[in-house]
Design a protein around this ligand. Structure first.
Ligand SMILES: Nc1nc2c(ncn2[C@@H]2O[C@H](COP(=O)(O)OP(=O)(O)OP(=O)(O)O)[C@@H](O)[C@H]2O)c(=O)[nH]1
Ligand SMILES: [Mg+2]
Length: 337
């Protein structure tokens, strides 16, 4: 979350969240963009807001045209959204099924998946939304993938380790560049800011998106060599997670890395005089403060917030400032006037 955003910005952001129509959402985004200061720290956020505005614009025009575009819209749910991007037959639907237990259509022929298929991946006390997508391939990548890829919090680049993984990686990165997206290592991987784009497209302005490379078919004999080649290709950039949907190997690690890459914190709100509900955390972007938590509880709680108390597990409660940066697992009591 970029620093130094003025309070008006958060008010507009709160209007955006409360808005129920694409028109109202777009109006709030316009205000957020107008208020936001221009500096390096806000570049990503500006790009993100612009891409959301573009998407809302498309949605509005579709509504006006009375089109049936709903099948291509995935309503965001849970702690974050990760989309599966990969070549035909890479193993996306199988991976999705293994991670969520949802019944994705799996076929041993390419282009089995035609529409975006969301399902929730449970992890400890939160759920992450995964979206299975149709394959990308030169000339056959559906144009509507662009909105979904730009909207996502995280990309899972699904690569078959068993057959020519480096060629598949280049194909996927090339198609992403065609959608104006460059895959970047997530902040949680503590690698230098680095993005991947094929040389042919580097002249274009690409939106950076956090991504993990997920190798599939680790159970097959050629997969170890494939993973080795892929690791060389990736050098110290995008992280590679090796998995098998057939045996379940690597899936636990992948779940953890997906959640880490979302860069969120779980915070439990405690009403004064009552215990906190430890089963339903508020999930907020890392860097969120007590004020953001209050806003997530209710915008009135933020407006009427007097002070907050943090309840550590094994120590006395302690008062924290409105701008206290929340840590994963914090229990916070909000006192309002
Ligand atoms: N041995 C093995 N086979 C797998 C694994 N994952 C997927 N497969 C097989 O690979 C084939 C394709 O899997 P899908 O999950 O449908 O692939 P997809 O990427 O969703 O394919 P499209 O939707 O057509 O792009 C199926 O026959 C799967 O059974 C794996 O981990 N190990
Ligand atoms: Mg599929």
């Amino acid at each position: 979350m970029p620093a130094n955003l003025p309070p008006d910005y958060y008010a507009a952001e709160s209007d955006f969240r409360a808005a129920t129509t694409p028109g109202a959402k777009r109006a709030a985004l316009e205000r957020m963009l107008a208020i936001m200061p221009h500096h390096k720290g806000t570049d990503h956020l500006r790009a993100e807001l612009r891409s959301r505005m573009a998407k809302l614009g498309q949605e509005i025009s579709r509504q006006h045209a009375g089109g049936h575009a709903d099948a291509y819209v995935v309503h965001r749910e849970g702690a974050g959204q990760a989309v599966l991007v990969g070549a035909p037959n890479a193993g996306k639907s199988s991976l999705m099924h293994a991670l969520t237990q949802a019944h994705a259509r799996v076929g041993d022929y390419p282009f089995t998946t035609q529409l975006p298929q969301p399902a929730m991946m449970p992890f400890e006390d939160i759920q992450v939304q995964l979206v299975d997508l149709p394959p990308v391939s030169p000339g056959a990548t559906p144009a509507w993938l662009r909105g979904l890829v730009h909207e996502a919090d995280l990309l899972l680049l699904v690569i078959d380790l068993d057959t020519d993984p480096t060629a598949d990686l280049q194909l996927v990165l090339g198609e992403l560049a065609g959608l104006h997206v460059a895959a970047c290592p997530p902040a949680s991987d503590a690698t230098p800011a680095q993005s991947y784009a094929t040389p042919a497209q580097t002249g274009e302005a690409l939106d950076p998106k956090r991504a993990l490379v997920v190798g599939t078919r680790l159970d097959l004999p050629a997969a170890d060599d494939g993973a080795g080649l892929l690791r060389l290709e990736l050098a110290d950039g995008l992280p590679l997670l090796r998995t098998s949907a057939a045996t379940g190997r690597g899936l636990h690690d992948l779940r953890e890395r997906i959640v880490a890459a979302l860069d969120v914190v779980r915070v439990y709100a405690k009403p004064p005089g009552r215990p906190a509900d430890m089963t339903r955390p508020f999930v907020l972007p890392r860097g969120a403060t007590v004020e953001h938590l209050a806003d997530a509880v209710h915008h009135e709680v933020r407006e009427r917030l007097q002070y907050a108390v943090r309840w550590p597990a094994n120590a006395a409660p302690i008062r924290v400032a409105h701008h206290y940066e929340l840590c994963d697992g914090d229990v916070i009591e909000l006192h309002t006037a």
